[in-house]
Design a protein around this ligand. Structure first.
Ligand code: DC
Length: 221
C-alpha cells in the first residue's frame, strides 16, 4: 500500500489539496480532523465540558465513529448519524482542538486511522500523521502558510457562503488554535524529520495541488 501524510496548521489548504490530489491519483482521502471534531460534537451534545479530561475520557465508550466514502467523498458517522456538515462550525473547531490534547482521545482514534491505510492507498491529513499515525508513509508533506494568509482564505470562504465574517476574530482564532495544537504535550503539530515542507502563502489552490501531486508522483516511480 502507498500512504501519503499531509500535516500542517489549520487553514493551510490541506483538505482542498489532499482531496484534489487523491482524486487525481485514485487514492482515498482521509480527513482525520473530522474524527476529533466528531468527538468534540459528541461532548457538546452530551453537555460534557471539553476540557474535563476524565469526563471526556469516560464518554469515549458511548461514542462510535465510522467513516463512509460516498462517491470518493468522506462522510463521518457519529453514533449512527451523518454529522459531516454539523462538525464544521467555529465552536466545534475550537472544542476539537481542546479534546485533541487528551491522550485517551488520541489513543482511541489511533487504530481507526491506521486501519484505513492497511487496505487502501491513502492520502491522510491531520497534525500528527507523519510523526505518529503513519510514521512509515512513503511521502510526508508539511503544508504551511502565514497565519494572515490562512485567515484571509477562511474569511473569503465564509463570504462566499453568504456570511459576514470578522477577519480579526478569525486571525485571532487561528493563532490560538496554532498555539494549542503545537504546544500540547502529546503528538504536537510539528513537521516529521523526513517531511517535505511546502509553504502555500504565495501559491493559489491550483498551483498547490500541482506541486503536491507532482511530488507524490515523483515518489511513486
Ligand atoms: O484539521 P481540522 O481543523 O479539522 O482539525 C480539528 C482539530 O483536531 C485541530 O485543531 C487539531 C485536531 N487534530 C489533531 O490533533 N490531530 C489530527 N491528526 C487532526 C486534527
Amino acid at each position: 500500500m502507498f500512504s501519503v501524510a499531509i500535516d500542517g496548521p489549520a487553514g493551510a489548504g490541506k483538505s482542498t489539496i489532499a482531496k484534489a490530489a487523491a482524486k487525481e491519483l485514485g487514492f482515498i482521502y482521509v480527513d482525520t480532523g473530522a474524527l476529533y471534531r466528531s468527538i468534540a460534537l459528541a461532548c457538546i451534545e452530551m453537555s460534557i465540558p471539553v476540557d474535563d479530561v476524565s469526563a471526556v475520557s469516560a464518554a469515549l465508550e458511548k461514542i462510535s465513529i465510522e467513516l463512509a466514502f460516498v462517491d470518493g467523498t468522506q462522510r463521518v458517522i457519529l453514533n449512527g448519524k451523518d454529522v459531516s456538515d454539523e462538525i464544521r462550525t467555529e465552536k466545534v473547531s475550537m472544542s476539537a482542538s481542546t479534546v485533541s490534547g487528551i491522550p485517551q482521545v488520541r489513543a482511541y482514534l489511533l487504530e481507526l486511522q491506521r486501519s484505513f491505510a492497511k487496505t487502501q492507498n491513502v492520502i491522510m491529513d491531520g497534525r500528527d500523521i507523519g510523526t505518529v499515525v503513519l510514521p512509515d508513509a512513503q511521502v510526508k508533506i508539511f503544508l504551511t502558510a502565514s497565519a494572515q494568509a490562512r485567515a484571509q482564505r477562511r474569511t473569503l470562504q465564509l463570504e462566499q457562503k453568504g456570511e459576514k465574517p470578522d477577519y480579526e476574530k478569525i486571525l485571532e482564532d487561528i493563532i490560538k488554535r496554532d498555539h494549542n495544537d503545537s504546544s500540547r504535550k502529546i503528538a504536537p503539530l510539528r513537521p516529521a524529520e523526513d517531511s517535505i515542507i511546502v509553504d502555500t502563502t504565495e501559491l493559489d489552490p491550483e498551483q498547490s495541488v500541482n506541486r503536491i501531486t507532482e511530488l507524490i508522483k515523483g515518489r511513486m516511480k
